[in-house]
Ligand binder design. Structure first.
Ligand SMILES: Cc1cc2nc3c(=O)[nH]c(=O)nc-3n(C[C@H](O)[C@H](O)[C@H](O)COP(=O)(O)O)c2cc1C
Length: 406
C-alpha cells in the first residue's frame, strides 16, 4: 500500500535514537506521504531541524508561540487535517505527558487537539522501559486506543543490552499501515464483554474480592470497538477508565453482574466473559459493621454460574469464557470448556509472575469446542485481545462452514 495522499505528522522527542527518525521520514516520503515534522525542544539537542526540513520540504514545528507562524492556532489546523500522528522516537517523558493530557509544547498540544490515530514508537534505556511508571503510562495510552509499539531488544546506547531499542523502519511503517487502515472485521457485531472482579459484601464496609484488574476485558472492549463492533462493557470495580464509545454498565456483585449480562444477552452476537466473578458470596451479610476482635466464621454459598447460564440461554451467540488456573492449566481448562458448553475458553496460568491477574502482559491457551488448541506467546494484553478476537472470527467462520450440508 502506498502512502500517497496521506497527511502525516512525525513527532520526534529527545531520545538518543532521534537521528533514526530521519530514516523513517525518508521512507515515509518515498512511499508518497506528506509529512510535517514536529520536534520537541529536547529533540533539538540531538538532531537539528535542517535535515528534517530538507527531507520533508516543510517547516519544522517546535514552538507553540512561534511569531513567524502564519497560523496562530496551527496545532489545531494540523490536528484537523492529518490522517495519523507518529511519535518516533517517543521518550518516557512524552509517554507520561500524553498519558496525563499535559500540553506544554507543540507536539503534546497537538496530541490533545488531534482526533487522528496515534502511533507511539518508544525508545529508551531498558531500565526506563521496565519502570512501572512507564508501563502504567503505556497501558493508559493503549486503553485509549493509542497504538504503542514494543521496542526491540538488543544493544542499547548505555552499552548494556535490553528492551528499549528503536524498532526497524519497516516494522514502524507496517504498524503505521495498520493504524491508518484499521481492520473493520467486527463491523455489524455486538459484543458483550465482562471485566474486572466482583465484590461480595460481608458487612457495609468489608467485602470478598479477587486480584483481577480488568485490563484484559477493557483491552478486548477497546480492540473490538476499533475493529468496528458495538460494545457493551459490564464491569466490576476497577481503576480503569471505560472506553467512551462503549455502553458501560458498572456492577459490584456477582448477582448484579448476572442480571446485567442476562439483560444484554439477547442483543449480543459475541459474549466474552473476561470478568473474574467471585465463586462464593457470604450467606448472611451483616447490615451493620461487624465489631470486635474475635474469631469470626463466615458461611459462604456458591454464586450463580453465569457462564453456564449464558451457554444455556443463547441462540446464535458465540460464547467465550476465561479460566484462571494455577496448575494443570490445559486439563482443567478443557474440563471447564466442556462442562460449561461454551465455544472458546481462554486459559491463563495466574501462578506465573508478570502475566494474568493485574499484569500488563498475558500468555494464554485458546481451547475451542471443536477440539482445537492454540497457545499464544507472552505479549501485551492489547495484542492478546486482538489475537483472541481474530481467533473468534476464524472459529465462527469455520463453524458456519461445518454446519453447511455437504
Ligand atoms: C544522551 C541522552 C540520551 C537520552 N536518551 C533517551 C532515550 O532514548 N529515551 C528517553 O526516554 N529519554 C532519553 N533521554 C532523556 C530525555 O532526553 C529527557 O527525559 C527529556 O526531558 C525528554 O524531553 P522530550 O520528551 O520533551 O523530548 C536522554 C537524555 C540524554 C542526555
Amino acid at each position: 500500500m502506498s502512502l500517497e495522499g496521506r497527511e502525516l505528522i512525525l513527532g520526534v522527542t529527545g531520545s538518543i535514537a532521534a537521528y533514526k527518525a530521519v530514516y523513517l521520514l525518508r521512507e515515509l516520503g518515498r512511499l508518497g506521504a506528506s509529512v510535517t515534522v514536529c520536534l520537541s525542544e529536547h529533540a533539538r539537542e540531538f538532531v537539528g531541524p535542517l535535515t528534517f526540513r530538507t527531507l520533508s520540504g516543510r517547516s519544522v514545528l517546535s514552538n507553540l508561540f512561534d511569531p513567524q507562524s502564519a497560523d496562530a492556532v496551527e496545532h489545531v489546523a494540523l490536528a484537523e487535517r492529518c490522517h495519523a500522528i507518529v511519535v518516533a522516537p517517543a521518550t518516557a517523558n512524552l509517554l507520561a505527558k500524553a498519558a496525563h493530557g499535559i500540553a506544554d509544547d507543540f507536539l503534546t498540544t497537538l496530541l490533545l487537539a488531534a482526533r487522528a490515530p496515534v502511533l507511539m514508537v518508544p525508545a529508551m534505556d531498558g531500565g526506563m522501559w521496565e519502570h512501572p511508571a512507564v508501563a502504567a503510562n503505556v497501558a493508559t495510552l493503549r486503553g485509549r486506543g493509542v497504538t504503542v509499539l514494543e521496542p526491540d531488544t538488543g544493544a542499547l546506547a548505555s552499552g548494556q543490552s535490553g528492551k528499549g531499542r528503536f524498532p526497524e523502519v519497516d516494522d514502524i511503517v507496517e504498524a503505521l499501515r495498520r493504524v491508518l487502515a484499521p481492520i473493520r472485521d467486527l463491523a455489524g457485531d455486538r459484543l458483550l464483554v465482562t471485566a474486572g472482579p466482583t465484590r461480595e459484601p460481608i458487612d457495609p464496609v468489608r467485602y470478598i474480592s479477587n486480584r483481577s484488574s480488568g485490563k484484559m476485558g477493557y483491552g478486548l472492549a477497546v480492540a473490538a470497538l476499533r475493529r468496528g463492533a458495538q460494545v457493551t462493557l459490564i464491569s466490576g470495580p476497577t481503576a480503569l477508565t471505560p472506553p467512551p464509545s462503549a455502553v458501560f454498565v458498572p456492577v459490584q456483585t456477582a448477582e448484579e453482574m448476572r442480571e446485567a449480562v442476562l439483560h444484554h444477552l439477547d442483543r449480543a452476537t459475541i459474549v466474552i466473559k473476561a470478568a473474574a466473578v467471585a465463586d462464593y458470596r457470604v450467606l448472611q451479610v451483616s447490615s451493620v459493621k461487624i465489631k470486635g476482635k474475635r474469631d469470626l466464621t463466615l458461611e459462604l454459598t456458591p454464586n450463580p454460574d453465569i457462564l453456564a447460564e449464558i451457554a444455556a440461554r443463547r441462540t446464535n451467540t458465540f460464547v467465550v469464557g476465561f479460566a484462571a488456573e494455577t496448575h494443570d492449566v490445559a486439563a482443567n481448562a478443557r474440563a471447564k470448556l466442556e462442562t460449561k458448553g461454551i465455544d472458546l475458553l481462554v486459559a491463563n496460568d495466574v501462578s506465573q509472575a508478570g502475566i494474568g491477574f493485574d499484569a500488563e502482559d498475558n500468555e494464554v491457551l485458546l481451547l475451542d469446542r471443536w477440539g482445537g488448541a492454540r497457545a499464544l506467546p507472552r505479549m501485551p494484553k492489547a495484542a492478546v485481545a486482538d489475537a483472541i478476537l481474530s481467533h473468534v472470527l476464524g472459529l465462527r467462520a469455520g463453524a458456519a462452514t461445518r454446519k453447511t450440508p455437504a
